[in-house]
Design a protein around this ligand. Structure first.
Ligand code: NAP
Length: 235
């Protein structure tokens, strides 16, 4: 299959790119850190395409989608993975951080979905949205992040309802995963408290495997959501 992955320069996106490529798929990788994408492409070789793209910028996203269709011939699967969480108690949180999370996690996901939708519908394709346990639960110090991930699940569900026989939609909702994700948080006290939890969290490869499973499920059924929680913690 021809698979477009956003946020493919690190963590879950990178692990997913590697696993799907190993499984014989063609991957089109996007992120802002072009040097990281170049290094992944140099290592993996054939069936890898890369582009620099900020999902907040709809012009960038349209160019990414166009390039994906040009180089792969189609987009069978879009993996909306680019996202971030910046944790802070609400009374001292920065408005720029709230805007950044909404702009990337919600508006960025909508930009990619909107631009790729005609191509996906044409191929009876599949959208994988990366939600979170925060799509279901609300936690202190991360209210806006939780709101963005609730929105991701709502967007997935609306797509599933409106395109029942034209698209497959899956939300992947992980608990703590050991990636660079927590390093976006600048509050020293929270960082000290949360970092061990993420360090002991699940591997990005485990989440990549859940994504692979959803993609490779026979087309007469659809995995609408997979929630993956670490066994040693509640979330
Ligand atoms: N780690 C966890 O515990 C966890 C749990 C549940 C859900 N998630 C979700 O999983 C997804 C991936 O996170 P991760 O854990 O793999 O963290 P990560 O290693 O920090 O990866 C985040 C990815 O998003 C990309 N990104 C961020 N802002 C972007 C933008 N404006 N435009 C394009 N790409 C952008 C980053 O690339 P560049 O910086 O190069 O652009 C990077 O490739 C996120 O949606 C996150 O909310 C993570």
């Amino acid at each position: 299959m021809n698979i477009l992955i956003t946020g493919a320069s690190s963590g879950i996106g990178e692990a997913t790119a590697r696993l799907l490529h190993k499984g014989g798929h063609t991957v089109f990788l996007s992120a802002r850190s072009f040097n990281k994408l170049e290094a992944i492409k140099a290592e993996l070789g054939d069936r890898v395409h890369i582009i620099q793209c900020d999902v907040k910028d709809y012009e960038d996203v349209k160019a990414m989608t166009h390039a994906a269709v040009q180089s792969m011939g189609s987009i069978d699967v879009l993996i909306n993975n680019a996202g971030l969480g910046i944790f802070d108690p609400l009374p001292i949180a920065k408005i720029e951080d709230w805007h950044e999370m909404v702009d990337v996690n919600v508006k960025g996901l909508l930009n990619c979905t909107h631009a790729a939708l005609p191509h996906l519908v044409e191929k009876k394709g599949h959208i994988i949205n990366i939600g979170s346990v925060a799509s279901h639960h609300v936690f202190a110090n991360s209210g806006v992040y939780c709101a963005t991930k609730h929105a991701v699940l709502a967007i997935s569900e609306s797509l599933r309802i409106e395109f029942p026989d034209k698209l497959h939609i899956t939300t992947i909702s992980p608990g703590s995963v050991n990636t660079a994700f927590i390093d976006q948080t600048k509050n020293d006290n929270l960082l000290k408290e949360y970092k061990p939890n993420f360090a002991n969290g699940m591997s990005a490869e485990l989440i990549a495997d859940a994504i692979r499973y959803a993609i490779e499920t026979p087309s007469n059924s659809v995995i609408s959501e997979i929630i993956v929680r670490p066994s040693k913690a509640l979330y």
